[in-house]
Write a new protein. Structure first.
Length: 116
């Protein structure tokens, strides 16, 4: 419960400090990353935060821009979050395969001639 309150506090501070019209690095990159960390602490689900962060970073990416934040940093954040999400999905899939492996083999051993 205390960690969730910390997440709410981080999100509130980020919302209060964020300036929509500012071109400062803090407002364009650091506060959104801090808000993502606060959301992760709040919801305790890294895959959900990575999914949303990757979509938001991709939506704001402009590869042809002269600004390094939108042409380099946002795609890097999207790639990092996408890689993290892919790793989580593969790990969960692998854990599920391992967890059900013995049950599948038991089912095959019980009735070996039924599939023929």
């Amino acid at each position: 419960m205390k960690l969730r309150l910390l997440g709410v506090a981080i999100l509130l501070v980020c919302m209060l400090l964020y300036d929509f019209e500012s071109d400062a690095l803090v407002d364009r990159l650091l506060l959104p990353i801090a808000a993502a960390v606060g959301a992760w602490i709040l919801v305790n689900n890294l895959s959900a935060v990575c999914l949303v962060a990757s979509f938001l970073a991709l939506a704001h990416t402009q590869l042809s821009s002269e600004d390094w934040v939108v042409s380099l940093a946002y795609p890097a954040v999207a790639a990092l979050c996408g890689g993290c999400l892919l790793t989580i999905v593969i790990a969960r899939f692998y854990d599920r395969i391992i967890a059900t492996h013995e049950a599948r083999w038991q089912h095959r051993k019980q009735d070996p001639g039924k599939g023929e």
